[in-house]
Every structure is written in structure tokens, then in C-alpha cells.
Design a protein around this ligand. Structure first.
Ligand code: NAD
Length: 241
């Protein structure tokens, strides 16, 4: 992997949930290359450092998070799958379990993979009009399905845990992530997309920041509909593609 990164931190013990997934695998690889001790957690087997378990199993989540400095919470059902009950279990109950385990285990930082599904209009005749463009993080939420609403719940739950337990919670909102090896990104990813390695860099920046709480849109270079200006200003995020 090309290592044109800006945001390495001191070595930490980091738990990555969803480590067998597409983003999780990129993140584990990048964080290990940065010198961190990474432990994965996923219901599917992944690399040798992955503990196989379900996010809805609180006891196991708690065990895995013990002694961690930070958690990158990527485990989720990553889009509306038509099954509201499994979505509720994994994305809401599972996210709650991660924040609870972080608080009880005195983990100082959680980076939450949220989503721009909170803001996007799928043309379903939303009665709430778009208020302005480009949309930033202050734009009122416009979730179009239960998936978006689970991410909104996670952001708000994270804020509550940051306030009540003094941990740092950073919520990153990518939209459609394009997964390729770094060398295969030869041009900007285009409106509506973001390169996986830009998302990974946003996670690195989120791990490095001292901010207590933040919600950030994470877009590719050319996005005009939604702006990542706040991530640029507060985290130093600069998409490469
Ligand atoms: N892919 C995108 O375009 C996109 C965009 C915005 C946000 N996100 C978010 O980024 C994160 C990673 O997405 P991805 O593209 O890598 O998806 P993915 O499906 O490849 O990875 C998700 C991982 O979570 C694991 N998982 C699902 N349910 C689980 C459970 N109950 N217990 C334990 N593990 C479970 C899966 O096994 C999988 O490995 C998700 O939180 C997703 O909502 C993704």
C-alpha cells in the first residue's frame, strides 16, 4: 500500500469491529502498517487477530474491548437490506454494546463509521424539503430508510457517551465507498463516491484528534452536493481522489 499519509499516532491497542468487511480489512491493514496493535471483531472469520463473534453478544464485545485505547466501529449491516429486525439488532443494539463496552472499559476514543445515508435523498418523495446545498453537517437529517436512522442513532448515542463518560467520539459519514488498491485509483472517484483509502485516512485523523465529539461528512474530491469542509477544517481531511 502506498503510504502517503499525514496522520500517524503513537502506537495504540485498537479494536476494529467489522474487521472482516471491506472497510475493516483496509483499516486493519493500514493501522497495522502504522505500528498499532490491532484486534478485529467480526461475525465472519478474518485475519489471525480477529475474534469471531456477534455485535449483539455484549459479554464478548466487552471482553474484546478490554484494555483497548481506541475502537473503530465499522461492524454493521451496511445498507438497507429489507430486514428491519436484523438491522435493529446489529446497527442499534450492536452499536450500543460497543459504546457501553468502551465506557465500562475506559476506552478513551471511539471512531464510528456513520453514513451519508443520513442526508441523501433517494427520490422517494420525502416530505421534508432539502434546505440548502451543499449540505453540511448542520443540515437537518433526511434518512430515507431504517439504515440511515440507525446511523443517526449511533451519532447521537456517541454524543451522549462522550458527554457522560468523557471519551472522545468521532463520527465519520462516508457515502458510497469505492474499494480498490491505492494504485488503481488513477482519477477522482466522482460525485457521490469516496475512495476507501480516503476513508481510512479520515479514521487515522479521527484517532489523532483531541476533539471530544464531532460528526464529519467524508466525501471524495469532486463532491458538490455535500461538503466535507468541516472535516477539512477540524481534522485536516484532504481527499486524494
Ligand atoms: N460501503 C459503503 O459504501 C459505506 C458507506 C458509508 C458507511 N459505511 C459503513 O462503513 C462500515 C463498513 O462497511 P463495509 O463497506 O466494510 O461493509 P461490509 O459489509 O463489507 O462490512 C461489514 C462487516 O460487519 C460485519 N458484521 C455485520 N453484522 C455483524 C454482527 N451482527 N456482528 C459482528 N459483525 C457483523 C460483517 O460480517 C462485515 O464483515 C459499516 O458500518 C457501513 O455502514 C459503508
Amino acid at each position: 500500500m502506498s503510504d502517503n499519509t499525514t496522520s500517524k499516532t503513537q502506537p495504540m491497542r485498537i479494536v476494529v469491529t467489522g474487521s472482516a468487511g471491506k472497510l475493516g480489512r483496509c483499516l486493519v491493514r493500514a493501522l497495522q502498517a502504522d505500528g498499532h496493535m490491532v484486534r478485529g471483531y467480526d461475525k465472519e472469520p478474518g485475519g489471525e487477530e480477529t475474534v469471531v463473534g456477534d455485535l449483539i453478544n455484549y459479554n464478548l464485545v466487552h471482553q474484546v474491548c478490554q484494555g483497548a485505547h481506541a475502537i473503530c466501529h465499522c461492524g454493521a449491516i451496511p445498507g438497507y437490506n429489507g430486514d428491519d429486525i436484523s438491522m435493529f439488532g446489529t446497527n442499534i443494539r450492536g452499536t450500543f454494546n460497543v459504546f457501553l463496552a468502551a465506557a465500562r472499559g475506559q476506552v478513551r476514543k471511539v471512531v464510528f463509521a456513520s453514513s451519508l445515508a443520513i442526508l441523501l435523498d433517494k427520490g422517494l418523495g420525502d416530505p421534508l424539503p432539502l434546505e440548502y446545498l451543499p449540505m453540511d453537517e448542520r443540515h437537518p437529517p433526511r434518512c430515507q430508510d431504517i439504515y440511515g436512522s440507525t446511523k443517526l442513532f449511533g451519532e447521537e448515542l456517541g454524543r451522549v457517551y462522550a458527554v457522560q463518560h468523557g471519551m472522545s467520539v468521532i463520527c465519520l459519514r462516508p457515502h458510497h465507498i469505492i474499494y480498490r488498491e491505492p494504485d488503481a485509483f488513477t482519477e477522482p472517484v466522482g460525485e457521490g463516491n469516496v475512495a476507501c483509502w480516503d476513508v481510512v485516512e479520515a479514521f487515522r485523523l479521527a484517532l489523532a484528534t483531541d476533539r471530544r465529539y464531532g460528526v464529519y461528512n467524508i466525501t471524495g474530491k469532486d463532491w458538490t452536493h455535500i461538503t466535507a469542509a468541516l472535516a477539512a477544517e477540524e481534522l485536516g481531511y484532504k481527499p486524494r481522489w
